[in-house]
Design a protein around this ligand. Structure first.
Ligand code: PLP
Ligand code: ZN
Length: 406
């Protein structure tokens, strides 16, 4: 395994590859460190292509060893062209990365697969998390697949679909009377007292790395090319920042010659601390979320400042999307591509539309839009589109209604 240590993002202190959530010296966040010289020798497009058809084909670039017998392995999700959406938007080429194809229908299966591999390595018996919904689904399913207990802390007002898609795997759910940020604080407190493997606390450095496999797959699926832009939703900011890091790592390895893509990020207007910080060129200020996009409702994002820096470094931007555009964007995506994405996808498409409106993305660009979660888990914003025509089970009557003269 080529990861050699964890390094503090703030004071640069190096730590062993332990399940520690933050730097013991300054409480800063940690990132795995790799031996890039060794990896340049050992990793090539061919070695990757000969790997398994899942994210474990990139195991050499992850901080855990691939499981001997991967179960429910996520990744290598379809990257499909969306020509009708591209025309509707006035963008050269649009591709959709269908994270709905993962085992629990969101990209969270990636981060949990990596964190769970570490949890198994250290002999943990309980997998736990604070979650805005999709992470709960992924942790519960992963625990079931691996024979671990799962304990979830989530806001009590989560979509019923997301609660059902957690409970069904046998997870214990604590529905917290509060926001995600309350759940997150609670999980940090509990992590000092319990032996549970909290995927987004003690295992966060491992967990977050799972998201960079999205960049690896996009480049590989485009024939080791980078798109001009990638559009992603932002909650904690980890996914957005790690996708940027993933493209940079491919360049370091010599697998990608193209410039790194511009990264556009979307937040819902009712919870847009990162978009506001980007717009005003300042640090992220925590706020209390009130948004339809519950999966993105993090008011105090752990990687918010990193996300702002990522937008600036990549030449992209982070935009807030009006609450009443989320459902309309979910419908636009579905009607022009056949893909039913969740509220986060409505936000992501809104960010792309804003970049187009501002003339930052257009006919000259190839864009990848991340569809990070499934609309069947969040059908409420498009409920208005359900207007079936009630008919009798009578063919003649229906044909008459259609104006067919018999
Ligand atoms: C569907 C979906 N997309 C995007 C995100 C944002 O991920 P991050 O917290 O890494 O910014 C989430 C987070 O829960 C999510 O559920
Ligand atoms: Zn530190």
């Amino acid at each position: 395994m080529p990861a050699i240590s964890l390094r503090c993002r703030v004071c640069e202190q190096e730590h062993g590859l332990e399940p520690i959530g933050v730097c013991s010296r300054c409480f800063g966040p940690l990132d795995p460190v790799y031996d890039w010289d060794a990896l340049r020798e050992s990793v090539s497009a061919e070695t990757i292509a000969s790997g398994p058809p899942s994210l474990w084909r990139y195991a050499d670039l992850l901080p855990v060893a691939a499981p001997a017998e991967p179960r429910l392995a996520p990744g290598l999700t379809p990257l499909v062209r969306a020509p009708r959406l591209a025309t509707a938007l006035g963008v050269g080429e649009v591709w959709l990365k269908l994270e709905t194809a993962n085992p629990t229908h969101s990209f969270k299966d990636r981060v949990v697969a990596v964190a769970a591999a570490k949890a198994l390595e250290i002999g943990a018996t309980t997998l736990s998390c604070s979650s805005t919904g999709n992470l709960a689904n992924a942790v519960a399913a992963r625990a079931a697949a691996e024979g671990l207990e799962a304990v979830i802390l989530c806001p009590a007002d989560l979509e019923p679909e997301k609660l059902a898609a957690t409970a069904v795997y046998g997870a214990t759910i604590y529905a917290v009377d509060g926001t995600y940020d309350d759940c997150s604080r609670l999980s940090v407190e509990l992590s000092f007292e319990l032996e549970w493997a909290f995927v987004n606390v003690g295992l966060r450095a491992y967990y977050a790395e799972g998201s960079k496999t999205l960049a690896f797959e996009i480049a590989e699926q485009l024939g080791w090319r980078a798109p001009d832009a990638v559009v992603a939703p932002i909650a904690s900011g980890a996914l957005y920042s790690k996708v940027h890091q993933g493209f940079a790592e491919l360049r370091t390895l010599g697998l990608l010659d193209d410039a790194a893509p511009r990264l556009y990020g979307g937040q819902a207007e009712g919870c847009a601390p990162v978009a506001a910080a980007f717009a005003e060129g300042r640090a992220v200020k925590p706020l209390r979320p009130s948004t339809l996009a519950r999966s993105l409702a993090i008011g105090n994002p752990a990687d918010g400042d990193l996300a702002v820096a990522t937008a600036q470094a990549s030449g992209g931007a982070v935009y807030a999307v009006a609450e009443d555009e989320i459902g309309a964007n979910m419908a636009l995506l579905a009607e022009t591509t056949g893909v039913f994405g969740e509220t986060a996808a409505g936000v992501t498409l809104g960010a792309l539309r804003e970049a187009v409106r501002r003339g930052e993305v257009g006919e000259q660009d190839t864009v990848v839009l991340l569809v990070t979660g499934d609309g069947l888990k969040t059908p409420q914003p498009v409920a208005d589109s359900v207007q079936p025509i009630v008919v009798e089970p009578d063919g003649d009557a229906l044909l008459e209604r259609l104006g067919v003269v018999l």
